[in-house]
Write a protein that binds this ligand. Structure first.
Ligand code: NAD
Length: 498
């Protein structure tokens, strides 16, 4: 059995805790590796190692730090095929989709190549007589990142690229479901010229997270995962004085106005609802057609499309989507679909019994389409995180707008319309972090920032973009007067700039 350990001090190391967890191939249900679960002592050793390496890295000039990322981007491109297959094999998504996962992380690495410019600060000459004032941004020291299973390449890179470019050392605790790509990324960072100890990867579950949260040498925690854990990590980290940015779950709506191009909207819903088996935090899981006629036409268009989805293992390069990540996820999703039927929603396309010949033990769920879903139903309130789209019919624009406004989550939302006035009003009034206008999955590019509102995010600075530079650095403001010394003797009143 393949054993997956940790990555500390620039190399792979075996786990020593004696505790492991199986890593499955979701397409076949087979165990393909055992991943080590780190003990508190192993976490502590990773932090000590990072602590010893960090000062020299912080003192390395930013151009040299940027050059590591230039080389790393090259290496990612050279190793793209190997990484994408490795990712699909543990996650289950199609290889093409895995490439997207890697490329979206790679783009953050490209962004941080600008670190010499991004980390420049403010200077005021002559703020007072002979006084200059400037602020500098210094690394926090050691940061830790805790990442979910659904983007095992992109999300670690969202975090470690800006953290490391800013001069921090970084400890990554990836999802225990698909740990191989994060470890390989760390290896490639070393190959790109990163000093040992600046990026350590420790595998594990809750206890590893708790050890990171309790560690006094870690100054900043970045988390992405489900909302209950995000809330817990944010509360625990901030209670001990760490800065934290924690991103949670989602229930993303797409409003379809009567004037929308329905072919475009239906195609967008297929990709955004069922791509990656719905296991994206920016997946559209609720479609809100405005008016009965729009709703009827939309259901007519979607039904045959959902029925003909091609579902397969990652080795099928024509598959639209793969299995879901675990047997538990499969059972949970099927249970929620049963609940939707019990609650009175109309299951127009039922994928619960989908079976793939030769892959009977894989964690497949067929595409499902619900109509007549109402806001009081569990399938509306809960993040299903599977290939299930719910249609909630709205009488008019205000009723449609009200749905995502009132929902607990606020990650992403989209509107499909040809009316600029409606789109503008929507973008302005909606209480959600990322808005798409005729764009179904409005994930901002690396030089903008990513983050939701409401229960989708805790903390105030987003991932990537200039927010990430602020998150991974502390501001120090220096007031200096030259020549030194106060010529006129002591001053006893509060100094003010005259
Ligand atoms: P998860 O919350 O189960 O796990 C995320 C991380 O937390 C993992 O590293 C896991 O080991 C750790 N963890 C799990 N249980 C823990 C506990 N009790 N205490 C401390 N740490 C714990 O999430 P997941 O199933 O891996 O990922 C799917 C979720 O992530 C979905 O809810 C999805 O919406 C969300 N997500 C959000 C974003 C975003 O940017 N908002 C992006 C991707 C995924």
């Amino acid at each position: 059995m393949n054993q997956i350990g940790h990555f500390i001090d620039g190399k792979r190391v075996d786990g020593t805790s004696g505790r492991t967890q199986p890593v499955f191939n979701p397409a076949t249900g087979e165990i393909q590796a055992d991943v080590a679960l780190a003990s508190d002592a192993e976490i502590r050793a990773a932090v000590e190692n990072a602590k010893a390496a960090q000062p020299a890295w912080a003192a390395t000039n930013p151009q040299r730090r940027a050059r590591v990322f230039m080389k790393f981007v090259d290496l990612l491109n050279q190793n793209m095929d190997e990484l994408a297959v490795m990712l699909s094999k543990e996650h289950g998504k199609t290889v093409e989709d895995s490439r997207g996962d890697i490329v979206r992380g790679l783009e953050v690495c490209e962004f941080v190549i600008g670190i010499p410019h991004l980390s420049k600060s403010e200077f005021t000459e002559g703020a007072g007589p002979n006084i200059d004032m400037y602020s500098i941004r210094q690394p926090v020291g050691i940061g830790a990142g805790i990442t979910p299973f659904n983007f095992p390449a992109m999300i670690p890179m969202w975090m470690f690229a800006p953290a490391i470019a800013c001069g921090n050392a970084f400890i990554l605790k990836p999802s225990e479901r698909d740990p191989s790509v994060p470890l390989r990324l760390a290896e490639l960072m070393i190959e790109a010229g990163l000093p040992a100890g600046i990026l350590n990867v420790v595998n594990g579950g809750k206890s590893a997270v708790d050890a990171l949260l309790a560690d006094p040498d870690i100054g900043a925690i970045s988390f992405v995962g489900s909302t209950p854990i995000a809330r817990y990590v944010y509360g625990t980290a901030t209670a001990s004085g760490k800065r934290a940015q924690c991103f949670g779950g989602a229930k993303n709506h797409m409003i379809i106005m009567p004037d929308a191009d329905l072919d475009q909207a239906a195609n967008a819903l297929m990709g955004a609802g069922y791509g990656s088996a719905g296991e994206r935090c920016m997946a559209i899981s609720v479609a809100v057609p405005v008016g009965e006629e729009t709703a009827n036409r939309l259901i007519d268009k979607l039904t045959p499309m959902v029925e003909s989805l091609r579902i397969g293992p990652y080795t099928d390069d024509k598959a639209d989507l793969g299995p879901v990540v675990t047997k538990e996820a499969q059972a949970r999703i099927r249970g929620l679909i049963d609940k939707g039927v019990e609650e009175g929603a109309k299951l127009v396309v039922d994928g619960r019994d989908f079976k793939l010949q030769g892959y009977e033990d894989g964690y497949f769920v067929g595409g499902c389409l619900f109509d007549d879903v109402t806001p009081d139903m569990d399938i509306y309130k809960t993040e299903i995180f599977g290939p299930v789209l719910s249609v909630v019919r709205a009488k008019n624009y205000e009723e449609a707008l009200d749905l995502p406004m009132r929902h607990e989550y606020g990650n992403g939302v989209a509107i499909y319309t040809r009316d600029g006035d409606a789109a503008r009003d929507f973008a302005s009034r909606i209480n959600i972090g990322m808005v798409g206008i005729n764009v179904p999955i409005p994930v901002p590019l690396a030089y903008h920032s990513f983050g939701g509102w409401k229960s989708s995010s805790f903390g105030d600075l987003n991932q990537h973009g200039t927010d990430s530079i602020r998150f991974w650095t502390r501001t120090k403001t220096v007031t200096s007067r030259w020549p030194s010394g106060i010529k006129d003797g002591a001053e006893f009143v509060m100094p003010v700039m005259k």
